[in-house]
Ligand binder design. Structure first.
Ligand SMILES: C[S@@+](CC[C@H](N)C(=O)[O-])C[C@H]1O[C@@H](n2cnc3c(N)ncnc32)[C@H](O)[C@@H]1O
Length: 254
């Protein structure tokens, strides 16, 4: 075994991979700094064709059902932060993403929202087959959830395609991808899994890709899994959890 393989093996056993330890260079000079990445750049990295192009959204009427998506916190945070890149972990039908996109639009701010979601639901979406808002709304087609297409349709109905880039991926891989390209969000919204270890990992992963001076925030403080994970992370990092309307917030020093 040569030295490089040995180092790789040791790091891997310690829970790292070379890509985690040494992310690739930024996609362009300055990219990854606040304000440097555009929707077109993100699209070019993720999708050979714009996912909204030619999508027959009229076949799916608007269905904006979501959770915590009409919170005044989105407006307040966006107007204060003026984010160029917003990262959302957990998009579902697009409620919160559309809310944030509308604020950017109304305020004529130039930001883009990267929506990271498997569109396969979280644990609670699969534990009650009679729940119309979760299991029922996954809209299975031969066993495979199709709620992603309702999200696409909702964005088109609101004419906000130019603000949003979907990334159908797990939160863990999404964070590694951001690190791979050296991309950082100015505002990161965590609303994926609500299980303690998952939330802890999401907060840990996305704190790393939060720009200096940025804010990481999330929903569902009333869920034990969320609260315990965020409190644990804040304690370990010596951070203070603050609150705005129904959201919890962690702010990174500039
Ligand atoms: C509560 S919903 C998001 C609600 C949304 N923010 C709104 O405004 O209505 C949670 C979403 O997180 C996604 N999700 C859960 N665990 C995930 C994971 N590990 N990676 C990516 N997405 C995940 C689910 O597919 C689901 O769409």
């Amino acid at each position: 075994m040569n030295l490089q393989s040995l180092v790789k093996t040791v790091l891997y056993r310690l829970g790292y991979s070379i890509k985690r330890v040494r992310p690739r260079r930024s996609i362009a000079p300055g990219a990854g700094d606040r304000g440097a990445v555009s929707r077109d750049e993100l699209l070019a990295l993720l999708h050979p064709r714009d996912p909204f192009a030619g999508f027959d959204y009229a076949a799916r009427p608007f269905d904006g059902h979501g959770w915590g998506s009409d919170s005044p916190a989105f407006r307040e945070l966006i107007l204060a932060q003026k984010p160029r890149l917003i990262i959302e972990v957990g998009t579902w039908k697009g409620g919160s993403a559309l809310q944030m996109a509308s604020v950017l639009e109304e305020a004529k701010l130039p930001g883009t929202i990267l929506c990271i979601d498997t569109w396969l639901g979280a644990l609670e979406f699969w534990t009650d087959l009679t729940d119309p808002e979760r299991y029922g709304s996954l809209r299975h087609d031969h066993g495979w959830p199709t709620v992603y297409f309702q999200f696409l349709a909702n964005v088109c109905h609101r004419h906000l395609q130019h603000r949003i880039v979907p990334f159908p991926q797990t939160s863990a891989t999404g964070a590694l991808w951001l690190r791979h390209y050296g991309l950082r969000g100015d505002l990161i919204y965590i609303d994926g899994s609500h299980e303690e270890e998952d939330v802890y990992q999401d907060v840990l992963d996305y704190w790393e890709v939060l720009a200096p001076g940025g804010t990481l925030f999330g929903d569902d403080w009333s869920w034990d899994g969320v609260r315990l994970a965020v409190e644990r992370f804040a304690r370990e990092q010596n951070l203070r959890v603050s609150f705005l309307a129904d959201k919890w917030l962690l702010r990174k020093a500039a």
